[in-house]
Design a protein around this ligand. Structure first.
Ligand code: WT7
Length: 644
């Protein structure tokens, strides 16, 4: 063990507090037991102290943290703050309709969480059961997560933009008995029929016995009597307190489905103790959260960003968290800044895709004094230096620290990231590892560690950390195959990265067939599978293309079945096919119908060639003479040119 020998991290942190940070970092790598034991006791309340901080290894598949420790997530997020100061604001809800919303104190939150816990128990939910949550960004979504964890149930949030088919797959895979949802949702002034999607999805899920529906808009919605219940009617039947369940540190806290490069989405499993320690410690050190702060993460609770930084980190640290239901441009492109001004937000956290959009609208929309903002976070995709500069100068007035946080659903919390107020900033670099993360750059072919600086390869982590995912729900082999087997002895991130002269890390993007649209992870295989469902499509190949606003977008190349013809509405039908199978956000931006796809003689589709064509690098296609039909390439180039 030891910090990667070649990375002079000590020199990266030049100032005096930085030396202390270097000491802490070294301790986190060389004596993880000591370091994480302290963190776990400082940030969390345990019913029973843990005896062993960490045991197990990547290779033995038995990584476990805070063994023997007993705790409850909801108690840590709610009760202890409510007992200290029930009137402290926990949730600041900003509804889609500008100017409306409400706040919930820690006292309110405790009562709501307890009432919902009673309802869930009444519906037969037991410790270890998985509860599906298909809800927009409203306080009840947070209440839902906390109520599940209070009674020891495992939440599985499904992003409210996923289609009925996607919801069905996730509910089915986890055998959920109960689904929490709303009648309709509101976003950017539009109304979305959430309950209708749920009905369609669970018509094929025999395990679901109850659906609890929060009334968001009050619209008439279809109802299955016996199965469906109204949230407000059920909650009023129960008292505002129920004791939390004592959970083992390694009991699962939640599942979150995420796309892999092959197969159906994976239900990534996070543990209770380890995950919470990661959330609290990154909240404290990366965002410099202090008592009294008002934290605004623009991410949705349907993704890991929302789990860790809308819900768990701020609430564990007992501060106020903003729940924003709308979009950054509704009703005007000043919406974020209005919220920041109104609530005197201290930390703001968002994906570069939103920043690119707002930058394009123009700096005159960046209103308000923004005088309380200390930290500005970026997440989900690389932030280009010009966008970074705009964030730093225009939004932060050069006074707020920018933290470009690199992490993944599987890491649970930040992995490579600056620490606010400490790590020197470099636009475009996620900078240095967080405590406990021992990053290495591997040669993608040999798997050997690439030493020294000014090098590149694939990014892997050398030792376990508390908040790492423990398994994939019901598919542990997939977990091993995806993360721990590709490079023996390492956790493989799937990302390419480089380390510059100063030892700073630069994330270069996915090495696999995962594409990142507006910070949403999608697999090209999933989109291809959706397209092939259309009756006329024979074969499909989807590749990522750079996009000015969404970072990447997907482009599909299709061949049609014999005898099928291109008809006028085909394009629209194909888009609809993907919207209905995955969700609106997954729709391909470009669709090309071509006579043949570039394939090797063994039939493997050469997506690399399609990527080059889309990048306009037709002179760099390499040797295409080995393709089964080299002339296919010329026809594709023509099709792309004709559409331009
Ligand atoms: C993938 C993980 C982590 C929360 C949101 C996405 C990419 C994430 C950065 C960053 C460059 C980034 C990586 C990673 N990514 N953060 N700061 N710079 N790339 O979570 O859906 O699990 O996706 O997002 O490619 O592997 P996710």
């Amino acid at each position: 063990m030891g910090a990667s020998s070649s990375t002079p991290l000590r020199e990266c942190w030049p100032s005096i507090p930085a030396n202390r940070i270097w000491k802490l970092y070294s301790e986190s790598i060389n004596s993880p037991q000591k370091f994480w034991g302290k963190q776990a006791r400082e940030h969390l309340s345990w019913y029973r102290d843990f005896g062993i901080v960490h045991s197990g290894s990547f290779a033995n598949e038995d990584n476990a943290w805070f063994l023997g420790g007993k705790l409850n997530a909801s108690f840590n997020c709610v009760d202890r703050h409510a007992f200290e100061d029930p009137d402290k604001v926990a949730l600041i809800y900003e509804a889609d309709e500008a100017g409306s919303g409400r706040t919930l104190t820690y006292g309110d939150l405790l009562r709501e969480v307890c009432k919902l816990s009673h309802v869930l128990k009444g519906m037969g939910v037991q410790k270890g059961d998985i509860v599906a949550v298909y809800m927009p960004m409203i306080p009840e979504a947070v209440i839902a997560l906390l109520a599940c964890s209070r009674i020891g149930a495992v939440h599985s949030v499904i992003f409210a933009g996923f289609s009925a088919d996607s919801v069905r797959d996730r509910v089915f895979d986890a055998k959920c008995k109960v689904v929490l949802t709303v009648d309709e949702s509101k976003r950017g002034g539009k109304t979305i029929g959430i309950k209708t999607v749920i009905d369609k999805a669970i018509a094929q899920c025999p395990t679901v016995s109850n659906v609890l529906v929060f009334k968001r808009t009050g619209a008439e919605v279809p109802w299955v009597s016996g199965r469906d219940r109204w949230w407000h009617e059920e909650l009023r039947k129960w008292p505002g307190y129920i004791p939390p369940e004592e959970m083992d540190s390694e009991d699962p806290l939640f599942l979150l489905y995420t796309s892999g490069s092959t197969g159906k989405p994976k239900g990534v499993v996070h543990s209770t103790g380890g995950y919470l320690v990661g959330a609290a410690s990154t909240g404290k050190y990366v965002f410099d959260i202090h008592d009294g702060d008002r934290f605004f993460c623009g991410g949705d609770v349907g993704w890991i960003t929302g789990h860790t930084y809308v819900v768990y980190a701020p609430l564990l640290l007992g501060i106020s968290t903003v729940i924003f239901e709308g979009t950054p441009v509704h009703p005007t492109p000043s919406r974020y800044w209005d919220i920041i001004e109104k609530h005197q937000v201290t930390q703001f956290y968002v994906a570069p895709t939103a920043l690119r959009l707002l930058k394009r609208y123009g700096s005159e929309h960046v209103t308000g004094a923004r005088s309380h903002l200390r930290v500005l976070g970026s997440v989900g995709e690389p932030i280009a230096p010009d966008v970074w500069k705009w964030y730093f100068e225009t939004v932060g007035k050069t006074e707020a620290h920018i933290v470009d946080t690199y992490w993944q659903t599987e890491t649970g919390c930040h992995a490579i990231t600056p620490l606010a107020g400490i790590t020197p900033m470099k636009p475009g670099s996620a900078s240095l590892p967080f405590f406990g993360i021992d990053p290495v750059i591997l040669d993608p072919v040999s798997g050997a560690e690439v030493d020294g600086n000014n090098i590149e390869g694939v990014l892997a982590f050398k030792q376990p950390w508390p908040s790492m995912a423990r398994t994939v729900w019901g598919a542990h082999e997939r977990y091993m195959d995806t993360y721990l087997k590709p490079f023996d002895g390492y956790y493989y991130t799937g990302d390419g990265a480089s380390r510059d002269d100063d030892g700073f890390f630069w994330i270069r993007g996915r090495m696999d067939d995962i594409i990142n649209v507006s910070g949403h992870r999608l697999s090209t295989a999933e989109i291809e599978a959706a397209l092939i469902e259309h009756p006329t499509v024979s074969e499909a190949a989807v590749v990522a293309t750079p996009d000015e606003i969404t970072g990447q977008s997907s482009t599909a190349f299709l061949t049609l079945k014999d005898g099928s013809e291109v008809f006028e509405t085909l394009h629209a039908e194909l888009v609809l096919q993907v919207r209905n199978t995955i969700g609106p956000f997954a729709a391909p931006k470009g669709i090309y119908v071509v006579p043949d796809l570039p394939k090797t003689r063994s039939g493997k589709i050469m997506r690399r060639i399609l990527r080059k064509i889309m990048a306009g690098e037709v002179d760099q296609l390499g040797d295409i003479s080995t393709l089964s039909d080299p002339s296919a390439v010329g026809k594709i180039i023509e099709a792309v040119k004709a559409a331009a």
